[in-house]
Design a protein around this ligand. Structure first.
Ligand code: RB5
Length: 145
């Protein structure tokens, strides 16, 4: 199950991502917004809660730029959110950072690229090994602060 949410800027793109990836077998919990204006930090907290509780395997957050969502999401313990705008970074944030939330900007990219990046994010495994130690160091920073 993938938790997905957006603010008012991301409604159309969110629908396209859900429709496109559902056809490829992915299942979504659409947490809104369906059009009502909403504040992106509230949506980030909602979607990330599904991930940290284990109800969702990963999360997708969409706002105008993806930046507000990523800043908010990364405040939550256990969340490693990546702002994704190209395929290389999207692939490597999964391989090396074990990112569990992807953020995208509805005003900065087209739907074709966004769907492609979402599929890369959802299908690329974490490489582990030396990267596990680095991810653990991120967790240690969280625990200290
Ligand atoms: C909303 O207008 C806009 O500020 C928001 O979608 C996002 O881009 C914030 O980072």
């Amino acid at each position: 199950m993938i938790a997905i949410g957006c603010d008012h800027a991301g409604v159309e793109l969110k629908k396209i991502i859900i429709d496109t990836l559902k056809e490829k077998g992915f299942e979504f919990n659409d947490m809104g917004t369906d059009g009502e204006p909403c504040d992106y930090p509230d949506m980030a907290e909602k979607v990330c809660g599904e991930v940290t509780s284990g109800k969702a395997e990963k999360g997708i957050l969409i706002c105008g730029t993806g930046i507000g969502m990523s800043i908010a999401a990364n405040k939550i313990n256990g969340i490693r959110a990546a702002l994704c705008a190209d395929s290389f970074s999207t692939k490597f944030t999964r391989l090396h950072n074990d990112s569990n939330v992807m953020c995208m900007g509805a005003r900065t990219m087209g739907p074709g690229l966004a769907c492609e990046l979402a599929e890369i994010f959802l299908t690329t495994p974490f490489e582990g090994g030396r990267h596990k130690r680095r991810v653990d160091l991120i967790t240690a920073i969280e625990n200290k602060n």
